[in-house]
Write a protein that binds this ligand. Structure first.
Ligand code: AMP
Length: 574
């Protein structure tokens, strides 16, 4: 029998979702629409995140506690509302209109949150980019989205200038860290100056539920990263799941460790928790167990949302928590990659709390499957579907399989936070759907008791430390190096990071394997891709396995690497 962790009643005195089975049976999304504020059938996610609280008893409540490396700041809902209004005015004065794309390339600074909300208020589409991206990653996103403005800082902008001449749609950069305009080039906008001159009142643009709000790029198996577009209506699901799964209550202090360059940092680092009126902690700094625990202690964090790799790293520093008072913690959640049951038990031993796994994706914009405060945890399992969705395991033709049988994890395609489209690629968007199902691209099993178990990706997408990396992007960067003619990239299982990236490369004539060459290639790839996407392992090979049509067969590389059966080879090159 599976081991189940039953939680003592005193851990979660009054979970928001008290009767899961009842909600599963009765809940309809329309009934949750009144949890957000509408204007005659229209809404705006940013208004719901901050403005409505600024007009309520939460006006002077702290919305954002920001902890930088050597200083910290805090902002109330009223201040967030006013500052994002100012930024909306800045953009409007610059000519930004509804549906224009405005991107943010910043670390986790308050301006990231303020400008994101300001963009949404104008009706434009906000895009965020992880601050570790290199010029290539930036180019793909800014070029494909046709972003008109980019908000960045004086050090990150250097990477943008390496590609700016090729970005015909990108008009100007807005630089956040140049006080009084000092250090801002003539064609740049100083954030500080512009904000000073902008009015703090703004008529938030009222959007249709299906109007786009933000977009994030994510990797598939082939091609460049895809621009996943989310609509304003998604705030309903983000709001409701923040309550049900993260179990945020009125007085909670909440810390989401995800970067706003990825979807978790937006849906549950910003929109969902602000929408619920919670106080959000943002820590902008390197991972360090001592510092992380001190953040929990200093801000008295009650609810903590992080990822398996981070928990595994913390577990490697077994004594670090002992010098901190972590008794404020009430609820811990995890997302992004499989959460091993050992880590769930480590949570119990270390914090007296189990870690609640949940599952979702960039494309689904909100949580889909979860372990809930009011239900027993099944360690190693992702949990049960949220009320309001139908999740199932189906075969390749979309027929549901029996409980206990592995298949494709699919959802009936009608929930509020499901992506609106893939930017400029409706063919790619359509590929996700068949027979009324949305296919996640993941393989899973549903147990008799309703819990889902993650098996793996159905495609070659790599998940390293919870971040999704497309092998094609890494291969493309590798073959730009003069010494490499061909490259095949796989995810290799790793106890700490889930998977690491391994590259198999074929050298160009005249090049010999050497440590210097390997370091040079690593450096080269690092400058083109974000740090997390560079291969930690290289192997130089004479040839790569290919199909008759010349496609690299990554599953064979993986099978060889792991000593697994090679499978069907009938379509391979001689
Ligand atoms: P992303 O779109 O970058 O958030 O990545 C989504 C992918 O991460 C999913 O399709 C899964 O492959 C994986 N993933 C997310 N959450 C979990 C989880 N709780 N357990 C296992 N895999 C997960």
């Amino acid at each position: 029998m599976e081991q189940i962790i039953k939680k003592p009643a005193n851990i979660i005195p009054r979970p928001n979702l008290r009767d899961y089975d009842d909600a599963l049976e009765t809940f309809k999304w329309e009934s949750a629409y009144d949890q957000v504020e509408w204007f005659d059938g229209k809404l705006n996610a940013a208004y719901n995140a901050v403005d409505r609280h600024a007009k309520s008893h939460r006006r002077d409540k702290v919305a954002l506690y920001w902890q930088g490396v050597d200083r910290n700041e805090k902002y109330t809902f009223f201040e967030m509302s006013r500052l994002s209004n100012r930024f909306a005015n800045v953009l409007t004065d610059l000519g930004i209109e509804k549906h224009d794309r405005v991107f943010i390339f910043l670390p986790r600074v308050p301006e990231t949150y303020i400008s994101f909300l300001g963009i949404l208020k104008t009706g434009a589409i906000a895009g965020t980019m992880f601050s570790a991206f290199g010029p290539e990653g930036l180019y793909d996103r800014l070029h494909n989205s046709g972003a008109r403005y980019l908000i960045t800082n004086s050090s990150l902008k250097e990477r943008v200038y390496q590609i700016k001449d090729d970005l015909v749609d990108l008009e100007r950069l807005i630089i956040v860290d140049c006080d009084d305009g000092v250090g801002v080039a003539d064609d740049e906008v100083s954030y500080t100056e512009a904000m000073k001159n902008a009015s703090e009142t703004f008529d938030t643009v009222q959007m249709l539920p299906d109007d786009p709000a933000f977009m994030l790029y994510t990797s598939g198996t082939t091609g460049k990263p895809k621009g996943v577009v989310h609509r304003h209506l998604a705030i309903v699901q983000q709001h409701v799941t923040t309550k049900w799964v993260l179990d945020l209550h009125e007085d909670d202090i909440y810390w989401c460790t995800a970067d706003p360059g990825w979807v978790t940092g937006i849906s549950y680092g910003l929109l969902g928790p602000f929408s619920c009126g919670a106080s959000v902690v943002v820590y902008d700094g390197r991972f360090d167990p001592e510092v992380w625990y001190s953040v929990i202690e200093k801000y008295q964090v009650n609810v903590w949302y992080s990822a398996p790799t981070a928990f595994r790293l913390l577990a490697q520093a077994p004594d670090a928590h002992k010098s901190h008072d972590l008794s404020s913690l009430r609820h811990i959640c995890s997302v992004g990659e499989p959460l091993n049951s050992e880590i769930v038990h480590w949570g119990v031993r270390t914090f007296g709390l189990p870690i609640h796994d949940n599952f979702w994706q960039t494309e689904t914009g909100g949580i889909l499957i979860a372990n809930y405060p009011s239900l027993p945890i099944k360690p190693g399992w992702m949990g049960k579907p949220i009320p309001g969705i139908k999740a199932a395991i189906v075969d390749d033709s979309g027929c549901e399989v029996a409980r206990g049988v592995e298949g494709n994890l699919a959802l009936v395609a009608d929930f509020p936070s499901l992506m609106l489209t893939i930017w400029k690629n409706s063919a790619k968007y359509r590929e996700y759907f068949s027979g009324g199902w949305y296919f996640t691209g993941d393989r899973a099993v549903q147990h008799e008791d309703g819990y889902f178990l993650f098996i793996g990706r159905a495609d070659d997408v790599i998940n390293t430390s919870g971040e999704r990396v497309g092998p094609f992007e890494v291969e493309s960067a590798l073959i730009e190096h003069p010494a490499i003619v061909e490259a095949g990239v796989i995810g290799k299982p790793d106890a700490l990071r889930g998977e690491i990236i391994k590259a198999f490369v074929v050298l160009a004539p005249g090049y010999e394997p050497s440590d210097e060459l390997t370091s040079d290639v690593k450096r080269f790839v690092k400058t083109r891709l974000a740090g997390h996407a560079y291969p930690r392992e290289f192997e130089i090979v004479d040839t790569l396995p290919k199909t008759r049509s010349g496609k690299i067969v990554r599953r064979m590389l993986r099978a060889k690497e792991l000593g697994l059966p090679i499978g069907d080879v009938s379509t391979l090159e001689e």
